[in-house]
Design a protein around this ligand. Structure first.
Ligand code: ADP
Ligand code: ZN
Length: 609
């Protein structure tokens, strides 16, 4: 057998490569530079870890993310591969120990933060060693056009030139437009790199956009249905993080909060509680997630619409890294657009930019925001919308998103639209100013709200005109009218009619809308179907075993085995070591370490059913 397959199976427990992996591994092994562009969860680390095992010298992995380094090293050690990391979290004593073990050639792979490359002790140690490969993770950090520019990345070529022999240089990223890709090759001085771009699709992710009347209620019901799962709830503002966390805690959920306004200590605690499965929900701003490698996140719910498709796909993409079915749900309301605009206008205050540059950046931000709003409003396939945005052409139907899974019909909502628009006019005339849509909807519903009576709005004809309709439905028709410009929000957040409204009110123009047949779709999960093949009961038992081992070792559960591996184990129910090795994700070292414990539980289980 080819040696790389042998190692793939022995150390990582996999029988096959994922798309792109083998080409990159082969190229690196033949001495060529490589450049891999793969989506999050695509398996980039394998592309340098496997060659590292087969190369003579050591492999340095440059990574900006301290938390990720620690995780990767833990995982490698757990698979029987000797590795270490060098970053600011080490004490001087630990650092010297790492250097001396390095000098003794005890490590095959070293993770290092870019700021540490020119450290004297590090360079001294390296001068006595053979470096076979330098792998640059999150390579987009080298580009000013990328989302996360790190000036220290620019010095990587200089560092490489200090090494006695130029090693293979490999670079990896999940997000790179053409421009950023060119920057990476040029600035890292890659030499005719073997470049592989795998698609951006994440077939195991289910995408959906909901427009609930009350987001908090909706969130609580979504999370209640996923009680045993772990997930991330993203909010746009710190205030929302606080509010939402509060609401979840009140309902008895185990939720941690995370935003830039908290102390370092609390942030770390929240993050660890989540990663180590002490709390299964984290409510966070976009400050959370860079470098979080937790593979068993089953859902990412966005409480607000993010500013761009790039941000959304990256955040949502933190779900389902283990390849299991996972959900990405966005709770949209038109108010999110105003919040996003506010954030855009207040984030581009970078002092280093000229007036002109700043204007250009803001313009780009607004264009991306428009694309994001369109995503929220499209009745077409959500996945293909995203993939096309990233330049990948796909079919119109994916079968695994809110639009594709729900039968929708085109309905004539002209009557409702007329009533809404007339109400906007009537209420405005009566009050002399215009309130926001929530209040207008209350009037249309015939609400008993005291303020409505005080303002005598229960006397106007619009009062209670749509009392039979669900608030959600009125709101989505309202959204549609706003989106298509029949009315708009003024600077006080009040709704006013535009010229376009007249044609609708007079009946000259009809309004059609795609509506879902069942707004609360039945969630048929592909993973549920898979579970019946194996056994849900056994799966839960195996999870408990994993949890116990992880606790004993003080490592995150997925470092022991991923959910995908446990799923496969539950299906195969191995009772011998040979059978145990057949489970995807079980290598020889892990089989030795954990085989007996799991097999014993499986045998017990089989004897009682
Ligand atoms: P990325 O860095 O691209 O986001 P990772 O390297 O963290 O992705 O890999 C994501 C998950 O995929 C990990 O749990 C990893 O063990 C798994 N994985 C990697 N390669 C394979 C493979 N060939 N077969 C099955 N699973 C794999
Ligand atoms: Zn679809």
């Amino acid at each position: 057998m080819d040696r790389k397959y042998e190692l793939l199976s022995k150390y990582f427990g996999y029988k096959q490569f994922r798309p792109g992996q083998e080409e990159l591994v082969d190229a690196a092994l033949s001495g060529s530079d490589v450049f891999g562009i793969m989506p999050t969860g695509g398996g980039k680390s394998m592309c340098y870890q496997l060659p590292a095992l087969m190369m003579r010298g050591i492999t340095l992995v440059i990574s900006p993310l301290i938390s990720l380094m620690k995780d990767q090293v833990l995982s490698l050690k757990n698979s029987g591969i000797s590795a270490a990391y060098i970053n600011s979290s080490l004490t001087l004593e630990q650092l010297h120990k790492v250097y001396s073990y390095m000098a003794d050639r005890r490590f095959k792979i070293i993770y290092v933060a870019p700021e540490r490359l020119f450290n004297e002790g590090f360079l001294n140690t390296l001068s006595k060693l053979e470096v076979s490969m330098v792998a640059v993770d999150e390579a987009h950090c080298i580009s000013q056009w990328g989302q996360d520019f790190r000036p220290s990345y620019l010095k990587i070529p200089q560092f490489i030139s200090l090494l006695p022999v130029r090693p293979v240089v490999s670079a990896f990223t999940a997000t790179a437009t053409d421009e950023v890709q060119r920057d990476i090759v040029r600035l890292l001085e890659l030499r005719s790199p073997k470049t592989v771009v795998t698609g951006f699709d994440r077939p195991n992710l289910y995408f959906d956009v909901l427009r609930p009347g009350n987001k908090t209620d909706k969130l609580i019901s979504l999370i209640s249905e996923r009680r045993d799962k772990c997930g991330i709830v993203y909010c746009s503002t710190r205030k929302d993080v606080e509010r939402v966390t509060e609401a979840l805690l009140e309902k008895g959920f185990l939720a941690a909060r995370y935003h830039a306004g908290l102390s370092d200590e609390e942030r770390r605690r929240s993050q660890d509680d989540f990663i180590y499965d002490r709390k299964n929900i984290i409510v966070a701003t976009n400050a959370f997630g860079m470098g979080i490698d937790k593979s068993n996140v089953s859902y990412v719910i966005h409480f607000n619409m993010p500013k761009s498709p790039e941000a959304y796909y990256q955040e949502a993409g933190r779900a389902g890294r283990d390849g299991e079915f996972a959900e990405c749900i966005l709770l949209f309301s038109p108010k999110d657009i105003a919040t996003a605009k506010f954030l855009i206008n207040n984030s581009n205050e970078n002092e280093e930019l000229s007036e002109e540059e700043r204007a250009a950046v803001t313009e780009g931000d607004n264009a991306r925001l428009d694309k994001m709003v369109t995503y929220c409003n499209t009745s077409g396939c959500l996945r293909s919308y995203m993939l096309r945005y990233f330049g990948q052409n796909t079919e119109d139907f994916c079968g695994n998103c809110g639009s594709c899974k729900n039968e929708s019909i085109l309905t004539d909502v002209t009557r409702e639209a007329q009533i809404i628009l007339s109400a906007v006019k009537k209420i405005g005339d009566t009050l002399g100013y215009t309130p926001g849509e929530t209040f207008i909807i209350k009037v249309l519903k015939g609400s008993g709200d005291k303020r409505i009576a005080e303002l005598r709005l229960n006397d106007i004809s619009a009062f209670g005109m749509l009392s039979e309709e669900k608030t959600d439905r009125i709101r989505s028709i309202f959204d549609r009218l706003l989106f298509d410009g029949y009315c708009r929000r003024n600077e006080f957040e009040g709704i006013v009619l535009t010229n376009k409204a007249r044609a609708v009110i007079s009946g000259e123009e009809s309004i059609f809308m795609t509506e879902r047949l069942s707004p609360e779709r039945k969630r048929k999960k592909s993973s549920a179907a898979k579970l019946t093949v194996g056994d849900a009961g056994l799966y839960d038992i195996l999870r408990a075993v994993r949890m116990r081992i992880a606790k004993q070792q003080g490592v995150p559960a997925y470092v022991i085995f991923s959910n995908a591996t446990l799923q496969d184990m539950a299906e195969k129910a191995p009772v011998t070591t040979e059978e145990f090795l057949e489970v995807s994700g079980v290598g020889q070292v892990k089989a030795q370490l954990y085989g007996d414990i799991f097999i014993e539980k499986i045998k017990n289980y089989l004897s009682v059913i």
